[in-house]
Ligand binder design. Structure first.
Ligand code: GLU
Length: 293
């Protein structure tokens, strides 16, 4: 009898080198490493550096140093997103061709003014799960000729998903499988809560949402283990997977490490920075204890 070899589960830790790693990243890296080992799986490291204005080689070097000190073992080669913009652009173009993505020209200031004007008269404007106002419909309703003229004139623009059209096209509810700390089971994806999300900006040729789903698929990721702060973003990821015909991994959103005041850690907080803790002589075991493992 011929048996096909079992595909090993694939996990990934995907930090952005836009600041030093902190204890929250350590928890995520430990959980990925532990879960990959327990499942006899593989652990990949992906450097999510699409934001060329904020990511630096120094922060990337810091990631390798911190993970080595934490005794995390990841597979070579590391995928660096900034080396794959052409792949994200190809996916974006396929969505543009299908009329699911449109160029948006309003500046942040213009959006703010429109939202404030609306709210003075008509009450609250819809906001996404991160609290950002939904993008106004101005650009969505432009004629093709007008769009082309604006694009040809060299106006700065981003590319946004036409959420209504995308939802119409899907036509059925989307779910993802969640094994995380807060909710488990089949979770209903609610991408419409995000409005017309940006998939590419004038200063960054891909967005987090677009590159994360493409990379997870290209790298054969079967298990996404990441912080609960990205729980709601998963709705957008499920939608993009569906539109781009990509497989869906299982998701595990873990608790966040918080500071003494119960706030989520940020990359600017020195005392929870891994480099500082390493310099103080703490060990990987100490950090495991500090993050509650
Ligand atoms: N690059 C993201 C971050 O550093 C994580 C993305 C993910 O795990 O999906 O917050």
């Amino acid at each position: 009898m011929i048996t096909t070899p079992r595909q090993k589960p694939v996990f990934r830790f995907a930090p952005s080198p836009n600041g030093p790693l902190h204890l929250g990243h350590a928890l995520s890296a430990f959980l990925n490493d532990d879960m990959a080992r327990a499942a006899d799986g593989r652990l990949l490291l992906r450097i999510e550096d699409i934001d060329l204005t904020r990511c630096t080689p120094e922060f990337e070097a810091g990631i390798y140093a911190d993970l080595t000190w934490l005794e995390i073992e990841w597979e070579q080669l590391v995928r660096r997103q900034s080396e794959h913009f052409a792949e994200y652009q190809a996916a974006l173009h396929s969505l543009i061709e299908r009329g699911l993505v449109y160029p948006s020209f309003l500046t942040r200031g213009e959006v703010k003014t429109r939202v404030a004007a609306y709210e003075r008269i008509s009450g609250p404007w819809p906001r996404d799960p991160d609290g950002t106002p939904h993008y106004p419909a101005d650009d969505r309703d432009r004629s093709e000729e007008e769009r082309d003229t604006m694009l040809l004139s060299g106006l700065k623009h981003a590319w946004r998903l036409d959420m209504n059209r995308a939802m119409e096209l899907i036509g059925e509810p989307l779910f993802w499988t969640e094994t995380g700390d807060e909710r488990k089971g089949e979770i209903l994806a609610e991408p419409a809560a995000w409005g017309d999300v940006v998939l590419s900006r004038s200063d960054a040729p891909s967005s987090y949402h677009l590159s994360v789903v493409i990379d997870d698929a290209l790298q054969g990721v079967t298990h996404v283990v990441r912080g609960l702060d990205l729980f709601h973003a998963t709705s957008v990821h499920r939608l993009l997977q569906n539109l781009l015909n990509l497989p869906q991994p299982v998701y595990h959103h873990h608790r966040l490490v918080v500071d003494a005041d119960g706030r989520k850690l940020s990359k600017s907080e020195g005392d929870t920075g891994l480099a500082e803790l390493r310099a103080k002589g703490l060990s990987a075991a100490d950090i495991r204890r500090l993050v509650g493992l």
